[in-house]
Design a protein around this ligand. Structure first.
Ligand code: ADP
Ligand code: MG
Length: 725
């Protein structure tokens, strides 16, 4: 009998060599093998007759091999296979299909799957179909294995090891594993949860997901909505959510700083505000202040679309901490952004007497040493910087609050490192365990701010350990940005439009995908276009150039000149993507917009529409626009709503890419999909929270501890819940 934990070598048909191959796909145990799910299913009970095929449809056809041939066209070699059913015939083609020459013999039965097309003369054909030769087994179980291939809905697995382990191979091996699987498979999901979701037992789910019952809907199978799929997907999500919920509990048990919201802090906050806060800003500050007053460390994510006014909220939180005698670190992902925060912090906070320093990588070493000393001696109260703040050499005297701006640029691990920087060595924490002393030796509070609206599903898993605040309201007086998409053969009109806006006293950005041209691509580059625009098109205007390879000093200079209105047009690369705030800029032209990702386009566009004047974003395309690119551009034209854009972005790119590969800690799921399974994820989160509330009439203490044990022993490792910030 096989247990779930049995290594795969013990499954019949798997030797050490194959086990090694499987290991490359993280299949080590029987459990892993059984979670290697079909990526699609084929209806080989009711395959299509050749005569009823229609062009454009995806179809499964079972037919007999008639003849085949290999020939060369001027462009490429093609392998052609003719299959038949009675008198009807169907042609299949494979480009570069030389490797198939020995594969087929007349009379063989094969199953084909692919898209039906019409050739030029109106005959039907399938190009590059997936195929399986049926019943060519030489081993003794031929009879038995045949029933695994036709006459039913058949699971199709992704082949691995360059086709060494085929779909057929998986079918048989997984079947064997299921047949030998121990009959008593305990269900790790508590009974209460099972019945709430009407989940089928695990053994049944494993069987049915690989070998669907007769009559199961093909559509439900393909969309992973059969009871078997739901059971397995829910199970995965449920334990992840339990893990996250446990982490939240752990965090709540940690000693944090109890900040007091004194009258002095309140009036300081009121005094610095240069405008009336929006209702959303008021609400969010209240949430943050409440967290800060609690005895456990704050772990809060503040989401707010570009321009929603996160900075001032951050400064308000900083005041609370500083008024309690603690230091505040504000980290930004780029120097420019750190600079900008520094300047606005000085203009807003310095009058109130707060001591603010800027620490970035590009400072002279002497200067850095100086600043580090100010930090370690506690003179500096608000410390603004880039990643440089994470460097080991920075010691805080009494760090109480960490604010991370534009979180999507930081890895989760960095976030953690920052938190660990609380100045006190471990013993001191115990010594000063009374948090009321406010000696800032406890874990500092952490506020993470992001302009990337994170789709709720992702937020629930990626940041499931954080509390949420959302700034869902823009400051008053903003008119929505008008976005248009045009081809760059209309650039003269676009330049004319810039000219009008600049003449009216506004400023403009022109953004390029690359800094300098190179031979391989024909992309327009910032440097070259800067020359052209500044010397010809806009020769009478003040044009600046900003890109990542400029010396930091020069970069700052350019940015400040633009900020002060000394430059009217800024030609730039995506270095301006994040956070830059020049309210007088009302036009953004993005060349080769088809080359940019959706989140990036949205971030870029967020640089305009920051003042009261109407703003315009022109997406210029200068090359082939793929289908996906068109969808991105359409979305940009259609909506300014960051959440809608984020959802589409997630859909187009998938969760891994969404945050960039550098983002550590993105859980990779075996069966669940964050895009497809949103609803199950919500349900999982709800049920996980209910279970961890504690025992009641429906769930016993024993069941809860069994659930927790299960999480600790298995799932925690799978998802790195221990390590992830
Ligand atoms: P983001 O959320 O993108 O970081 P910022 O904090 O940079 O946004 O704010 C965008 C602009 O809106 C800034 O110029 C800021 O001064 C202004 N702003 C923020 N809050 C308000 C408000 N309540 N009323 C008017 N202007 C505001
Ligand atoms: Mg910002």
């Amino acid at each position: 009998m096989l247990e779930l934990s049995t290594p795969v070598q013990y499954v019949k048909g798997i030797g050490p060599k194959i086990a090694e191959l499987l290991a490359t796909k993280s299949i080590f145990t029987v459990d892993d093998l059984l979670h290697y799910l079909p990526f699609r299913y084929e209806d080989r009970l009711n395959p299509r007759g050749i005569s009823e095929l229609r062009p454009g449809e995806m179809a499964t056809v079972i037919a007999e091999v008639r003849n085949s041939g290999f020939f060369r066209t001027r462009k490429m070699p093609i392998f052609q296979l003719i299959v038949g059913q009675g008198r009807s015939k169907l042609r299949c083609l494979w480009f570069h299909g030389g490797y198939l020459q020995e594969k087929f013999k007349p009379g063989q039965m094969i199953a084909l799957y692919g898209k039906v097309e019409e050739d030029r003369s109106g005959e039907l054909q399938i190009v590059q179909p997936q195929f399986e030769i049926l019943g060519d087994d030489t081993d003794a179980d031929q009879k038995a294995s045949e029933s695994l291939e036709v006459g039913r809905i058949i699971p199709i697995y992704e082949a691995i090891g360059q086709g060494r382990l085929t779909s057929r191979w998986f079918r048989r091996v997984i079947r064997t594993a299921l047949e030998n699987l121990t009959p008593d498979l305990p269900d790790p999901i508590p009974a209460m949860v099972r019945s709430n979701l009407a989940l089928i037992p695990p053994r049944q789910a494993l069987w049915q997901i690989h070998w669907p019952e007769p009559g199961e809907s093909l559509q439900d199978l393909q969309s992973a909505r059969t009871p078997a799929h739901i059971r397995m997907i829910f199970e995965e999500l449920f334990f992840v959510e339990i893990g996250l919920e446990m982490k939240r509990k752990q965090q709540r048990a940690q000693t944090g700083i109890i900040f007091q919201l004194s009258e002095k802090a309140r009036s300081a906050i009121k005094k610095i505000l240069p405008f009336h806060p929006t209702d959303a800003q008021r609400r969010v500050l209240k949430e943050i202040a409440e967290d800060m007053q609690k005895p456990h460390p704050m772990r809060r994510l503040l989401q707010g679309d570009v321009g929603s006014g996160k900075t001032i909220v951050a400064f308000e939180a900083a005041i609370i901490a500083i008024e309690n005698g603690c230091q505040v670190a504000l980290m930004a992902p780029t120097e420019i952004l750190a600079q900008q925060h520094y300047f606005s912090a000085r203009s807003i906070l310095e009058n109130a007497g707060y001591r603010i320093v800027l620490l970035t990588g590009s400072l002279e070493n002497d200067r850095k040493r100086d600043i580090r000393r100010h930090i370690s001696q506690g003179n500096a109260q608000l410390i603004i910087g880039t990643h440089a703040l994470l460097q080991e050499k920075v010691e805080f005297a009494n760090l109480g609050l960490v604010i991370v701006d534009e979180q999507h640029r930081f890895g989760v691990m960095q976030r953690l490192k920052m938190m660990k920087k609380s100045s006190a060595p471990g013993d001191a924490v115990a010594e000063h365990a009374d948090p009321k002393q406010n000696s800032c030796v406890a874990e500092p509070d952490v506020l993470v701010m992001t302009a990337t609206p994170i789709p709720r599903t992702l937020a629930l898993t990626l940041y499931g350990d954080l509390d949420f605040s959302v700034l869902d309201e823009l400051p008053p007086g903003r008119t929505p940005i008008v976005t248009r998409c045009v081809s760059d053969d209309r650039s003269p009109e676009v330049w004319e439009f810039i000219r009008k806006q600049v003449s009216a006293g506004h400023q403009a950005y022109v953004v390029y995908p690359v800094i300098a041209e190179n031979e391989e691509t024909e992309l327009k580059a910032a440097i070259k276009m800067y020359r052209e625009l500044s010397s010809k098109t806009f020769a009478d205007m003040k044009v600046g150039l900003l890109h990542g390879r400029l010396e930091p000093d020069l970069k700052d200079q350019v940015m400040h000149r633009f900020q002060r209105g000394e430059l009217q047009i800024l030609v730039a690369t995506t270095v301006i993507e994040v956070g830059v705030d020049v309210p007088n800029a009302t036009v953004m032209v993005i060349e080769h917009a088809e080359r940019f990702g959706l989140a990036q386009l949205h971030q870029l566009r967020g640089r305009i529409g920051r003042g009261a004047a109407k703003s315009y974003c022109v997406l210029m395309t200068g090359g082939k626009v793929t289908e996906d690119a068109q969808r991105r551009l359409d979305a940009m034209v259609r909506t300014n709503d960051g959440f809608q854009i984020a959802e589409l972005d997630l859909e187009l790119r998938g969760p891994g890419e969404f945050f960039g590969t550098r983002q550590a800690g993105t859980p990779s799921f075996r069966v669940a999909s964050l895009i497809r399974d949103r609803q199950l994820l919500e349900a999982a989160r709800r049920e996980a929270a209910a279970v961890l509330e504690g025992p009641n009439s429906e769930i016993s203490a024993e069941e809860i501890s069994r659930t927790l044990f299960h999480v600790r022993s298995r799932w925690q490792k799978t998802y790195g819940l221990v390590e992830v910030g």
